[in-house]
Design a protein around this ligand. Structure first.
Ligand code: NDP
Length: 359
């Protein structure tokens, strides 16, 4: 008996028990995207009888998403696309629905991991551990490492550490609060404003609360089960935030949500962290405010022009960058693979709806 075919776009751990079981029932075709033309051609030849597509993390991003004419060329046999990511903005919902193709995403199984990444960005923004650590390695000397950073005159425009010293600094004991012209601060008792207290936002909230920060959040609906302070107006949240964290989805309702006027409401010295989607904030204007010294720190995992990173962000001392890997742990990679495989199984084998249906 011929097995139904499933197209795998992107990787998974092929030693996973769930995948081995899956392979007993399905013919699994692993394909590396090249060009739109080649893919369209294959939809009419080699892939013309696939019943499902497994979309790993990048999905069809390299071809500009599963949108437009690409959907017109999908074979009639295709019933389901199951993707490993939460974000599904690269899939055209209406066109897929019109073709009768179901789309399933995977909820943030890695929300705790994203919480850890945000915690790292926040700690860096207050304490500058990385620059101290670098000097601990290069000097091999506790006091000398701290003395090298006991300077003034941080250059906001270039994002470069200050090198000025005065008589007092020269003589003073290097305690470690000076960090190249910036002062290491404690997050304790400061306010963390969170945009989107969903699965990820809640993981962030509990971590920063453990730092002794006050948590305020905004989103469209108050979370009545949460004890964190709800602020319905984004403007008000911005005014209160020593750290602003973006952890809401990227869609039409959130595009440019943190616009220029909202950025201007942030208190001087505010730190801005984004793990939602790049285009939720006017990233370009936020960089300008950083260069003017109005924003003290930008920590990003997601970028407006992803996969490219705005060159103005690179090699600055007041920026922490992670390359969209906030949830990238082996545990999460496998968990999302299992989830997407299970959705294909539900639809094709059990003929029932899977979990987390988008369309
Ligand atoms: P959830 O669906 O659990 O939570 C999303 C939250 O955002 C909800 O509380 C929702 O509340 C709020 N929200 C939605 N729309 C708006 C809006 N217009 N204004 C303000 N708040 C809004 O999602 P997750 O927490 O699991 O994930 C959130 C996003 O994080 C994902 O969509 C994805 O873009 C991103 N992500 C990033 C990762 C990374 O590696 N950097 C990994 C995984 C996810 P309400 O509906 O009441 O407004």
């Amino acid at each position: 008996m011929t097995k139904p075919k499933v197209l795998f776009v992107g990787d998974l751990d092929e030693t996973l028990e769930e995948y081995l079981r899956f392979k007993e029932h399905f013919e699994c075709i692993h394909y590396k995207l090249t060009t739109r033309e080649e893919l369209i051609d294959k939809f009419h030849s080699e892939f013309n009888d696939i019943v499902a597509i497994y979309g790993a993390w990048l999905g069809f991003h390299l071809l500009g998403g599963m949108k437009g004419e690409l959907i017109d060329h999908l074979p009639d046999t295709l019933r389901v696309i199951a993707i490993c990511s939460v974000g599904h903005e690269q899939y055209d919902h209406e066109k897929l629905a019109a073709r009768g193709i179901q789309l399933y995403n995977t909820p943030s199984l890695g929300a705790e991991d994203v919480g850890d990444t945000v915690l790292w960005h926040i700690l860096e923004s207050f304490r500058f551990f990385k620059r101290f650590e670098t000097r601990a390695h290069s000097t091999g000397h506790v006091i000398e490492a701290r003395r090298q950073l006991q300077t003034k005159g941080y250059d906001h425009l270039q994002g470069k550490l200050g090198v000025e010293t005065d008589q007092w600094l020269k003589n003073a004991f290097p305690f470690g609060e000076y960090a190249g012209g910036q002062l290491a601060r404690s997050p304790f008792n400061k306010t963390c404003g969170i945009i989107g207290l969903g699965r990820i936002g809640q993981c962030i909230a509990k971590r920063v609360q453990a730092l002794g920060m006050r948590v305020v959040y905004t989103q469209r609906n108050e979370n009545k089960d949460s004890s964190y302070t709800y602020e319905p107006e984004l403007e008000e949240l911005c005014k209160q935030s020593d750290v602003l964290v973006i952890s809401c989805p990227g869609n039409d309702s959130t595009r440019n949500l943190v616009s220029r006027d909202k950025i201007d409401l942030l208190p001087p010295g505010c730190k801005v962290i984004n793990v939602g989607r790049g285009f939720v904030i006017d990233e370009s204007y936020a960089i300008e405010r950083l260069q003017q010294g109005k924003i003290a720190w930008i920590g990003l995992d997601v970028y407006t022009h992803e996969p490219a990173i705005d060159p103005r962000l690179l090699n600055r001392c007041d920026v922490s960058l992670t390359p969209h890997m906030a949830s990238s742990t082996k545990e999460n990679f496998d968990a999302t693979a299992r989830y997407a495989l299970a959705n294909i199984w539900s639809v094709v084998v059990d003929a029932v709806e899977g979990r987390s249906k988008v369309v």
